[in-house]
Design a protein around this ligand. Sequence first.
Ligand SMILES: [Zn+2]
Length: 96
Amino acid sequence: METASQQVADEVRCECGKITGERCAWVGHEDETAMVEWTPPSIRRSIQDARAAGNLGGLGAPLARRDDVSLLRLERSCAETAVADEPEWTRIVEST
Ligand SMILES: [Zn+2]
């Protein structure tokens, strides 16, 4: 009946620190989190260059490949803040 082993296993940590550079202290249940697709700054320039080249060459603007984006688990309000800050590079992925 007791599910003592659950209380540790279900706790997840918010990963918004990878976006903001500030470590997030939030730890909680997976249900309160959202998965976020985030394009790291290190590859944004190459994407922008590709878009520019695509425009010049008449090719379709390349999109970020799935491999390029980071999938992070964020607490929901952190996720919404991240998307509001950088809507072009951040997207909430509804997993359920
Ligand atoms: Zn956070």
